[in-house]
Design a binder for this molecule. Structure first.
Ligand code: ASP
Length: 452
């Protein structure tokens, strides 16, 4: 039977009217059997997320202070939601138990996880009442091992067994059971991860991630206002784009569903007719259609260390010694463009903080170069597209767009997967370059031609 897992984010469930939208979405499709809610998020820019208030409660409790000022607005918010939804759920005992346990955990010096998880836990109870379906506490389904990582075998086996026999259920996001028997949360934004784990555990047909945007955009709308939504992106493309700066899902949320080949559909709760973005594996039917490029992402603040030495090309082990120095300093690199007698290493500025001088000295000793140049102020822009490999002229189009926009290209790297072209520009040219690439490949009146 087709099964959809629908995770709803904090803004999608921030108030009774938002929760009504979720209800309409879930009830519009019988396949949406499992709902994973976040805690109520911000209703507007000035509002505070329930989870932030809960962390504050724990913080105050652990200092032996009263936490009413943070707790009262949480209670008011949940009560207002229940009353506006017209539910008869008695919140008093639920809130009283949560308050007492937060106080006790604070006093015992335990971590904030229990407190932080109550936003999802209480919202889940409300939503289960509204949708008239089972509430399953994630501490019965999601287990962490001693090293703090998910105990995959136990978790997936339990989910499949426990939820397999349930018609519909609400499973709150963000937490599970730690090895010490206490609640343990994922990192912030972790309800995405719960949704992915539940989807994998029940072997869902699709994992729907309902949020407040139309999906993944082709590029950052702060640079290109009105940038189009990406219709289909493969997991590999998504990895390239998110590594290069695009953000849409919690990083860890992709792995469980990717391994199980379950598509993820990012959707907008405020515009449920919009198809959103579908994230699929390479061999999925919808990945076959592709545009020349899928997305453009980038990050600023990189440094190039350029090492020059005559006859470098014939010196066996040169590259290994250079990278060995970086490894000794615990520094990871992004790219290593090279020429006959030059080898450059591109590194994020933050990774070099406080270490650059020592690294240069160690490089001098390790490879005895003729010259080392340090060049910072570099931005990297990744143009990603599974369609590139099938079409000639992508790089010509990209570089002429940058040339026409007067952007000086300082570095070029094309992965052998032929799925992305990375260019390095001056930080000042970053926005201009992204705009130029977008304009060259994607224009308002004619979407790029789909390749067959
Ligand atoms: N409520 C948690 C947070 O604010 C988890 C989530 O919303 O995904 O981080």
């Amino acid at each position: 039977m087709p099964t959809k897992v629908a995770k709803f984010g904090g803004t999608s469930l921030a108030s009774a009217p938002q929760i009504r939208k979720m209800q309409a979405i879930v009830q519009a499709d019988d396949d949406r059997r499992f709902v994973v809610p976040s805690a109520p998020g911000k209703r507007d820019g000035k509002d505070t997320k329930i989870t932030d208030l809960l962390y504050l409660c724990h913080d105050l409790a652990s200092k032996g202070l009263k936490f009413d000022d943070a707790w009262d607005p949480i209670c008011e918010r949940f009560k207002q939601i229940v009353s506006e939804l017209g539910l008869s759920l008695d919140l008093e005992p639920i809130l009283a138990e949560a308050e007492a346990t937060i106080a006790e955990h604070g006093k015992r010096g335990l971590l904030a996880d229990y407190a932080a998880s109550r936003g999802e836990a209480i919202n889940g109870r409300i939503i289960a009442e509204l949708l008239q379906c089972d509430f399953v506490d994630p501490t019965e389904l999601i287990f962490f091992s001693d090293n703090g990582r998910l105990d995959e075998d136990k978790t997936y086996a339990t989910i499949s067994e426990r939820l397999g026999g349930v018609e519909r259920a609400i499973v709150p996001g963000f937490f599970g059971l730690g090895p010490d028997g206490n609640v343990k949360t994922f990192s912030r934004g972790g309800s995405d991860v719960t949704g992915a784990i539940v989807a994998r555990g029940v072997n869902a047909t699709v994992y729907e991630n309902w949020t407040d945007v139309h999906g993944l955009l082709i590029t950052d709308p702060r640079i290109v206002p009105g940038a189009f939504t990406i219709e289909t992106v493969t997991y590999r493309e998504l990895r390239e784009l998110s590594y290069s700066g695009a953000s849409v899902l919690h990083d860890e949320a992709v792995f469980p569903v990717r391994q199980a080949n379950i598509p993820v559909n990012i959707r907008n709760t405020n515009d449920p007719e919009h198809p959103g973005t579908l994230i699929v594996s390479n061999d999925h039917e919808s990945a076959k259609q592709s545009y020349q490029i899928t997305g453009i992402a980038g990050r600023k603040d990189f440094t190039i260390i350029q090492i020059e030495k005559a006859m470098m090309n014939s010196e066996i082990g040169f590259g290994k010694r250079v990278l060995g120095v970086l490894a000794d300093f615990g520094v990871s690199f992004e790219h290593i463009p090279s020429g006959i007698d030059t080898l450059s290493v591109v590194i994020e500025d933050t990774a070099l903080e406080g270490k650059l001088d020592d690294i240069i000295a160690a490089l001098q000793a390790a490879v005895k170069p003729d010259n080392i140049d340090i060049d910072n102020n570099l931005a990297l822009i990744a143009t990603v597209g599974r369609g590139m490999a099938k079409q000639t002229g992508t790089s010509a189009k990209l570089f002429s767009a940058l040339g026409e926009a007067n952007v000086n290209i300082r570095m070029i790297d094309q992965g052998s997967s032929e799925m992305n072209i990375i260019v390095g520009t001056d930080v000042q040219d970053f926005e201009k370059a992204v705009k130029a690439i977008y304009a060259a490949f994607i224009s308002e009146d004619s979407r790029p031609r789909a390749l067959s």
